[in-house]
Design a binder for this molecule. Structure first.
Ligand code: SAH
Ligand code: SF4
Length: 430
């Protein structure tokens, strides 16, 4: 095992870290479009109406047009104003001169031997990020990214070795769901971009599954791609509102899960303003180990985190909080760790389930996965305490699509650079 990080950098303890509550500059702002047009994807209906009004329509017309356009965007999946047939022909050029329907570009699509699909996407200002689709017997889950890179630096996570390039915008976040619908052929016939479906290899008959009552393959969303969603709270909230909006993509909040490494000050707002299921990357039950592997623990410790879970609005026995726990050999995987996990869940009276994640390796990772016997023993202790503890089957490992393997090629760095970067991020944690 390499030791590349000094776990206790000698920096002021109160140094701010990136995020909504204690913000430090995010490396790069979104570059405005060169042509000056405004991208409508990611905007709430009201804001679209306000833009139409500013552009010259009277209030009533602006509201009506916004309603029509919104429907075409999110219900029909059109990418061209010309396709909006209930909008007057003369009006369509007026729209396309001022606005665009932007979606991330698909740079590459890969398919795993187990059916998992990964797409490399690119923003209009040329930053690459990834999304993953995981088909299962009874559901299809899209794993959505919230940032390009991550400000945090969990030691077992490949994304954590990237610099944070920038937060994704609401449009780029909701755009992932829209692209997945294209790739899965789930927009009404005639409105989707079939070229993309073909490129993603998803227009085969065998992919025409019927998972949901309306025959959709994409039934669930997890904010578990690149980035820490609660450090991009506003954009994630605005995007998920469009995903949940009955006039928008209309996916129930019960089918959406947001995973956080433990940004305690934002958890209550997450429950109140978004209301989705919560998953927490706990991964360790002692301060020493969690400080090492999930360094945000130095700022928000285990007790604070579990208290925030206990206070999470909407959590109940019917809507449990998921604790993610990556199984790292000889690090966090002993029977004592399992017993301590049970004790903590009981102490905070948490409606909880535990998701045990076998560690997914990546080049240069300083850990190994626990043995199957160890994972089984750990799972049994939790399970016998009456807490559900499934072991997550790794998916898409062969295409680096599994948990914690996401990292875009453009960001690959040397070991020395990784060490330097880890130190920088640690320093920011105070
Ligand atoms: N940033 C958020 C969400 C993205 S990560 C978070 O940390 O919660 C999704 C899950 O995969 C997290 O629980 C994360 O800790 C876990 N993970 C990261 N790297 C992993 C790896 N190499 N093997 C297994 N799980 C990993
Ligand atoms: Fe960021 Fe989550 Fe990876 Fe930690 S596990 S580095 S918070 S993406």
């Amino acid at each position: 095992m390499q030791s590349q990080i000094d776990p206790s950098p000698s920096l002021p303890a109160n140094m701010p870290i990136a995020g909504h509550v204690d913000p430090v500059p995010v490396p790069r702002e979104v570059t405005p479009r060169e042509d000056g047009r405004v991208d409508l994807i990611g905007l709430p209906k009201k804001q679209i109406a306000a833009l139409f009004e500013t552009a010259g329509l009277d209030a009533k017309a602006a509201k009506l047009r916004a309603k029509q356009v919104f429907h075409w965007l999110y219900h029909r999946g059109v990418t061209d104003f010309e396709a909006m047939t209930d909008i007057a022909k003369t009006m369509r050029p007026w729209l396309s001169e001022r606005f665009v329907i932007g979606r991330p570009e698909i740079v590459e699509a890969q398919v795993s031997t187990d059916g998992t699909r990964k797409w490399l996407l690119r923003t209009a200002d040329k930053h690459d990020f990834e999304m993953v689709f995981i088909p299962d017997a009874d559901r299809g889950t899209l794993c959505v990214s919230s940032q390009v890179g991550c400000t945090l630096n969990c030691r077992f996570c490949h994304t954590g070795t990237m610099r944070l390039v920038r937060n994704l915008t609401p449009g780029e976040i909701v755009g992932q769901v829209m692209l997945a619908r294209v790739a899965l052929g789930e927009w009404p016939k005639g409105s989707g971009d079939t070229r993309l479906a073909t490129m993603a290899g998803l227009d085969d008959e065998e992919d025409e599954g019927t998972y949901s009552s309306d025959g959709r393959l994409l039934t669930n969303i997890v904010m578990m791609g690149m980035g820490e969603p609660l450090y991009n709270f506003d954009n994630v909230r605005d995007a998920l509102k469009l995903v949940m909006d009955g006039d928008g993509l209309a996916l129930s909040k019960r089918r959406i899960t947001l995973s956080t490494s433990g940004v305690v000050p934002m958890m209550e707002r997450c429950g109140e303003e978004i209301g989705v299921n919560l998953a927490v990357s706990l991964h360790a039950v002692t301060k020493d180990v969690r400080d090492e592997i999930v360094p945000i623990n130095r700022k928000y410790g285990i007790d604070e985190l579990l208290q925030a879970c206990s206070d999470y609005p909407g959590a109940s026995n019917a809507r449990r909080i998921t604790f993610e726990y990556v199984m790292l050999k000889d690090k966090n995987d002993s029977d004592d760790d399992a017993r301590e996990l049970v004790r903590l869940i009981r102490q905070y009276k948490l409606p909880a389930k535990v998701n045990l994640i076998p560690f997914n390796p990546w080049p240069g990772a300083p850990y190994e996965c626990s043995s199957p016997e160890r994972i089984k023993s750990f799972a049994n202790i939790v399970f016998e305490a009456g807490i559900s503890a499934p072991v997550r089957t790794p998916r898409g490992r062969d295409i680096d699509a599994a948990c914690g393997q996401l990292k875009t090629a453009a960001e690959k760095k040397s070991r020395a650079e990784l060490d330097r970067l880890a130190e920088e991020k640690m320093a920011a944690l105070g």
